[in-house]
Design a protein around this ligand. Structure first.
Ligand code: NAP
Length: 227
């Protein structure tokens, strides 16, 4: 169970996806640390976000920044780096991540001649690759399909379903709770990490729809009732 006393660290939190989730969690009252490879960059980005939202009447006192090592000392840690750096970043901080819930929002994609293509990874997904280098952590894969721009727009709901894969029920439940802090998002627990590959790869489909239709699509499932 999380509470506002649970701190959240975001590795690579200076990019649009990590920043978007960070401001949502900070607004909900979670102590949230934006991590970067450079401590100053994490600090600058978090300060900029605090100032920006303060000018819109929203105080993000719970938001701070520093390097990825600082972010990895938080209770729950989110990996929001590009896929190429995710495994190495997580592995380098494994000493701080033992026993913790780690959430990967990474997608392994390439853009070839303007077309997004999913990559087939040796372990099946980035989520499984991170779990492999963090055997003592409880890894969940989630948030792959949530558009970062909308995620970062405090004050607006993000109308999307979020698929959550994990071999740890604690990690899946923690991830569901955090996703539940973002108005409009509905977390859906899919089951184990064996489904993380198709979930991550499907991001290429959504991005292709955006490219072809000049849209910003979100995912909603029908037929689930009041889940
Ligand atoms: N953008 C979206 O709409 C979206 C939505 C859902 C999920 N995602 C996924 O979330 C992840 C982050 O997306 P993003 O668009 O925010 O990515 P991004 O801006 O390309 O990268 C995020 C941050 O990661 C750090 N970084 C860059 N290269 C790195 C490397 N090789 N090793 C370690 N850190 C590195 C950088 O921070 P520093 O330079 O400060 O270290 C950068 O600001 C991706 O895996 C993406 O697939 C994205």
């Amino acid at each position: 169970m999380t509470s506002v006393e649970t701190s959240i660290g975001i590795l690579g939190g200076t990019g649009p996806a990590g920043k978007g989730f960070a401001v949502r969690l900070a607004k909900a009252g979670y102590d949230t640390v934006i991590g970067s490879r450079l401590a100053e960059r994490g600090q600058e980005i978090s300060q900029g976000l605090r100032e920006h939202w303060s000018s819109h009447g929203i105080q993000l006192a719970c938001l701070s920044g520093g390097d990825n090592a600082l972010a990895s000392t938080c209770d729950v840690v989110v990996v929001a780096t590009p896929w190429e750096g995710a495994e190495e970043t997580a592995a380098s901080l494994s000493h701080n991540l033992t026993g913790k819930v780690v959430i990967s929002m990474c997608n392994a994609l390439m853009r070839v001649n303007g077309e997004f293509q999913p990559l087939i990874l040796p372990r099946g997904s980035i989520g499984e690759s991170i779990q492999a280098v963090l055997p003592e952590s409880k890894v969940a894969a989630a948030l792959h399909h949530v558009p970062a721009k909308e995620l970062g727009e405090l004050g607006e709901a993000v109308e999307c379903d979020v698929l959550i894969c994990s071999d740890s029920q604690e990690a899946a439940d923690t991830t569901s709770e955090l996703i539940g802090q973002v108005p409009g998002l509905r977390g859906l627990q899919v089951g184990g990490m064996s489904c993380a590959g198709p979930v991550e790869a499907f991001t290429a489909v959504l991005l292709q729809l955006n490219v072809r239709n000049k849209t910003r699509v979100g995912l909603r499932f029908t037929g689930l009732g009041n889940v």
